[in-house]
Design a binder for this molecule. Sequence first.
Ligand code: SF4
Length: 885
Amino acid sequence: MADAVRTTCAYCGVGCGILATRTGERAVTIAGDADHPANRGKLCSKGTHLGETVGLEGRLLHPMIDKRRATWDKALDLVAKRFRDTIAEHGPNSVAFYVSGQLLTEDYYVANKLMKGFIGSANIDTNSRLCMSSSVAGHKRAFGSDTVPGTYDDLEEADLVVLVGSNLAWCHPVLFQRMMAARERRGTTLVVIDPRRTPTAEQADLHLAVRADGDVALFNGLLRHLAGSPAMDHGFVERHTAGFTEALAAASPSDPSAIAEATGLSPADLARFYALFAATERVVTVYSQGVNQSVCGTDKVNAIINCHLATGRIGRPGMGPFSITGQPNAMGGREVGGLANQLAAHLDLDDPAHRDLVAGFWGAPRVAARPGFKAVDLFRAVEDGRVKALWIMATNPVDSLPEADRVKEALARCPLVVCSDVIRDTDTTRLAHVLLPAAAWGEKDGTVTNSERRITRQRAFLPLPGEARPDWWMVDQVAQRMGFGAGFGYPLPAAIFREHARLSSLGNAGTRDFDLGGLAALDDEAFDALAPVQWPVRAGEPSGPRRFFGDGRFFTPDGRGQFIATAAPPSRPVDPAYPFTLNTGRVRDHWHTMTRTGKSARLSAHSPEPFVALHPEDAAVAGIGAGDLVHCDSPHGGMVARAQLGPGQARGTVFAPMHWTDRFASAGRVDALVAGRTDPVSGQPASKMTAVRLKRFPARWYGFAVARQRPRPVGADYWALARVEGGWRIELAGRHVPAIWRDFALDLLGGSEPTDRLIAYDDAAAGRHRLAIVRDGTLKAALFIAPAPLDISRAFVTAALDGAVEGADGYRLLAGRPGAGRPDKGETVCACFQVGCNQIRSLVTQGGGGSVAAVGAVLKAGTNCGSCRPEIQRIIEACKASTES
Ligand code: SF4
């Protein structure tokens, strides 16, 4: 067995360290790195199963021009020529890059340098715009710099953790588990502010189900409360801040009933939260997409920061505002200027001195002097022809940007779309003229920065397959072919990193937060061996965990932290035509547009199809029952998904996940519905608040199938595919009944051989049809059709795939339920150990699982990554409640 390679997880902004050990050509075992300070050996379900995603299925392995294989030389020459010609004819702002928080810092650095320094446009923006640009803007306004002041340790050292708009248990599970372990030890109070009762909110001491966009009113109310309480740190405010009086004056409404009205919270809950915050010195406020993805996201960030400035609770152990990012390298992108309104190294595009500094350092002929298009505007500019050549790197905007159908049409009209990607067939690569095969996780070499400013190496442990190359190399090659050779020609990522580090310290001397001067002289070996390190790493100073602003010095022109006057936005009147508010987000085991997690059977088991969560009373009014499909639409587009009813969803609101694409579902792209409204300061889209309407999808039949080969759902109006061990599962529905069910089944399941054994059950009058195909004694495929949502055990049927089918097994299978004495573990709860809900229920009802720990001791569920612990707790409580009733 090869030695383990230390690298970093490919997913969220926690940035967990991983030990990857190659066990075969494209096989690897994954373990948490016990020496990594972010995770100390722990991984969540997504990180744990990264090994299932490194296969070559679906990979883009060669350059393509107009869907035909091409050589690298031809493809790169074409991209360089078309960019050069477009710039010559229409100017530098007619071209753009749309990049990604999946890129490594070195990729990002080279792309930004080419666009902002040599092409002379700032038309490079990143999908991180959709994730945390409101935090960046809020930080800049308050601190004068895009600085996350604290560290993960602060969550363990706090006595009160306030999570705002963050389903940390699912979206940043390892950090959540760290915090929960500390809570066990020190009794930390947990407050969750979220319109939904998420798995995180279920663990809270106090869940404040705030009305969508009620956060500014909530924190303005807190500021007013603090101003009249002993928690107010008048000395800190006087010595180290500015703007308090104006912020306090703007923090209205002030009376409890008005705040209750604006937030949708009871005066009692508000009073409890305000008293808790005021009384607790060590308080960390963690915020994420629920804060950022809003038309007032930047104000929300500043309303939170205002409360920490007022109490002086910032930059000291166990306290401070803490923005947590969604992507693995959103922070690295911020460091190198991946946003259209930034320069590199936290330098400012609108500061002539900063531009001169960068121009001199790069030897750049024309540093962009004004901001470029932010993500939503960028695709508007593609739509109306202002941008005529676009290079999309490592992202899938046809699925992830708001008004996604409009983005799709814009790309279809764009004269040149270049995509560098790992996956050959995505909803975006389908529209590309040139496809460039990129190195994937496990093949890339460079650095990423996590949410606590910790830089970690990502190291390659797999060879580059086919003709795949790193993104930095492609950009470098295009730059040279455009005639900018003097500024490029990097031999290795280490050289890029050294240049990036040198630039960060240039003319710095402590005047800017971001400084890697102490790493600027690393040679290639030292870069290879670089241990995780938190910035700043100033030349000549020891590095180590370091907080900002505890000394009261900020990076604003006067050195003072800036209070920002924020006004709560007026509540939006309900549009009777679109009476529901759509909130979008992540599920536990999928990531972005599923190009990676969609390959993993284990990760696909937890949420196998797109859904729309809604309150049971709203569902009843709309005539939607459990298991029905719903059509959800806005003025911008529509989707069809499974109704998921639960009281955790507030009346008048719905939630739908962001992950499904046309590759996995017939109509599951939620961003087709999301309006392109953005925060006026940050440009971040309001992905949590779109007016939609719902109606029951009028299916005349419902189906479920498993098959060893990918099913072809021709003739179904609804379908959703997911990986299972040894094949696929698919949910189906239709408005039109196929003329001959047997033909439909065989088309879907890939046909049959003359030697196959077909086991069928047909009751045409009742609309029930079932068919199993057995080949060589094992189950090849099975289909179940019924006139209503199917009441069969998917877990039982899925487990039968590829298994032996003998005697009466076939008929038991067609019943869709195991016979007496045969275990049916039920839908997967624990992805790590594949433990199902029925196993947990059975243990609890037999008295063997009174707690999450007791369930773990018997079934192992929840004992690895911990992501499923909230769900196990819920099952235990439900079992207890039904026993007591
Ligand atoms: Fe990866 Fe999970 Fe760690 Fe995030 S919490 S970095 S997804 S292992």
